[in-house]
Design a protein around this ligand. Structure first.
Ligand SMILES: [Zn+2]
Ligand SMILES: [Zn+2]
Length: 108
């Protein structure tokens, strides 16, 4: 098993617990006035960072399924022959949504 690249490696509390800064092994840091929140933010970073990278970064990315569906309905109004996106799927990176004209079974 390999060591994770994103783990909380350091925490520093300043003042009388007013502010806290935490560091990830990759150098990413989170700071704030609520230690629990700061730790939670760093934890979120480690979750995001450990997700696979987007395999299709050149494709349009939508922040939510609804945005992707809105984009689909725009395509439907296009009176041009040829393939067009027919469905939405969540990116394997887990960070956004894409549209595709491929049948569901062809997209991992
Ligand atoms: Zn990191
Ligand atoms: Zn993606």
């Amino acid at each position: 098993m390999t060591e994770p690249d994103h783990v909380m490696v350091r925490i520093r509390e300043r003042g009388h617990g007013y502010a806290a800064i935490v560091w990830c092994k990759c150098g990413h840091s989170e700071g704030g006035f609520d230690r629990a929140k700061v730790v939670a933010q760093l934890y979120k970073h480690t979750i995001d960072a450990n997700r696979p990278a987007c395999p299709t970064p050149k494709k349009s990315q939508y922040g939510s399924e609804q945005e992707a569906l809105n984009a689909l309905s725009k395509f439907l109004q296009r009176a041009r022959p040829g393939a067009r996106p027919t469905r939405t799927y969540k990116c394997p990176s887990g960070r956004h949504w894409h549209t595709t004209s491929q049948p569901a079974s062809k997209v991992a």
